[in-house]
Each structure stands twice: as C-alpha cells, then as structure tokens.
Design a protein around this ligand. Structure first.
Ligand SMILES: *[C@@H]1O[C@H](CO)[C@@H](O)[C@H](O)[C@H]1NC(C)=O
Length: 118
C-alpha cells in the first residue's frame, strides 16, 4: 500500500475523456492504422508533436463528475499517442473509446487519471 501511494505521488495526474471510432485519420499518422489503443493529448503533453508515438500507461484514479463508481479498479491501459486534442479539449488525454472502456465506465465521460510514459 505504501509503495502504491508513492508511485501515485510520482506519476502525473490529469483528466481523461474519450472519442468514438474511427480512430483514423490522426494528426500524427494520417490514415495509418495504429489499432484501437490510441489517444490524443492536449497542449500539456503534445509538445509540438513530440508526443507522437509515445506510449503512456493510464490508470483511472477517481471520478471527475457525479457519475457513480466510474473507475475500474486495478486496471490500466497502455495507449499510443496518435493525435492532438485541440484547444477546447476537455481532458489532458483523449482516449479511444476502447482504451477508456478498459479503465473506466464510458458513461462517466470524464475521469481523473494518473499517467506515466510506458
Ligand atoms: C477527442 O479526439 C477526437 C478525435 O481527434 C476529437 O474529434 C474530439 O473532439 C476530441 N474530444 C475532445 C473532448 O476534445
């Protein structure tokens, strides 16, 4: 438990939202298919496109709204950054629906997450 808290303290935190397929075209890779475990990032992580192709492990920490029990406990998902979540982006990480569904209830729409480069 102590180790777990320490690792959470060192990981970056933010919010995650999700988007529906199709997951192409993407800002990083055009029409290239990168599978379903993909995500877009906002300015916070985009770094002028340097984020493209990086892998992040994302874990749901808690809800970001009133949705009951949005997080799937004990799960995480590794996603490849393929897109830019534009100005007005409502999360730091915009997960594919498939990726979001692995860690949280899609009905919640938005959750707080912890993420590390994988
Ligand atoms: C998430 O990404 C998709 C695809 O790039 C985009 O259409 C959508 O607007 C983004 N969602 C948010 C909340 O910014």
């Amino acid at each position: 438990m102590v180790l777990c808290l320490v690792s959470i303290a060192h990981a970056a935190q933010g919010t995650a939202v999700w988007y529906k397929p199709p997951y192409t075209p993407s800002k990083c890779f055009g029409n290239q298919n990168n599978g379903a475990m993909v995500a877009g990032v906002s300015d916070k992580l985009w770094n002028n496109g340097a984020a493209c192709g990086k892998m992040y492990r994302v874990r749901c920490i808690e809800g970001a709204n009133l949705a009951p029990h949005p997080c799937k406990q004990g799960t995480s998902v590794v996603v490849k950054i393929v897109d830019y979540c534009q100005r007005g982006c409502t999360g730091d990480i915009n997960l594919s629906r498939d990726a979001f569904a692995q860690i949280a209830d899609v009905n919640a729409g938005i959750v707080k997450v912890q993420y590390d480069q994988a």
